[in-house]
Design a protein around this ligand. Structure first.
Ligand code: ADP
Length: 188
């Protein structure tokens, strides 16, 4: 469960302060899927980065499963980020000349998963996003929608409690967009 209470974020621009998030109150329960919409510059990415524990804020409270994030050390924050949060970005962030299976395995390898578990876990999440039959292709041989589903599979392999997607369909054509949104809805 994610709870934001009266959250404010300022950016320093020269000597000025820019008020990027103003008194944000938001509750997201377990199993909920929430879309944040708004025009460019509204603060969506800022909010995603705070929820994803990769940026700080200036006032207000963020509780993740009842734990106050404001009071955590950097070390503990890094642990929480690894354990609880999965981040999907708009540009997929895949290693293009490596296989689909390798790309999905990489988070597990970096997360020091036991060697024998890596391939079965990677194959399971590839099944979940409907791409197991593409596992030996290189990432650069896939469509945009397929690449984003591989990126989502990589995130899911880590079994995060919360998946943060920042404009996951921005780089896709209508067909890819549909594929990715269907996948996200189905998985949720
Ligand atoms: P969105 O994702 O909705 O397009 P952002 O969260 O990226 O919006 O940005 C919100 C506002 O904060 C914008 O006006 C942007 O110019 C400003 N902003 C974002 N990052 C910075 C930064 N590092 N320094 C100064 N201003 C920033």
């Amino acid at each position: 469960m994610i709870e934001l209470r009266q959250l404010n974020k300022y950016y320093k621009v020269g000597k000025q302060r820019f008020h990027a998030l103003k008194d944000v109150d938001l509750t997201i329960g377990d199993g909920e899927m929430v879309a944040v919409v708004g025009k460019s510059g509204a603060g969506k990415s800022t909010l995603m980065n705070i929820i994803g524990l990769v940026d700080t804020w200036d006032s207000g409270e963020y509780l993740l499963d009842g734990v106050s994030i404001r009071k955590q050390s950097d070390r503990r924050l890094a642990r929480l980020r690894n354990e609880k949060i999965g981040f999907v970005l708009q540009d997929f962030a895949l290693i293009e000349d490596q296989s689909v299976l390798f790309n999905v395995s990489l988070p597990l390898i970096l997360g020091r998963e036991k060697y024998g578990n890596i391939k079965p876990k990677a194959l399971r999440v590839l099944e979940e996003v409907g791409l197991a039959d593409q596992r030996n292709k290189k990432a650069n041989q896939l469509s945009g929608g397929q690449k984003q589903r591989v990126a989502i599979a990589g995130v899911l392999a880590m079994q995060p409690q919360c998946v943060v997607l920042d404009e996951p369909t921005a780089m896709l054509d209508p067909q890819g967009r549909r594929e990715v949104l269907d996948t996200i809805e189905r998985l949720n």
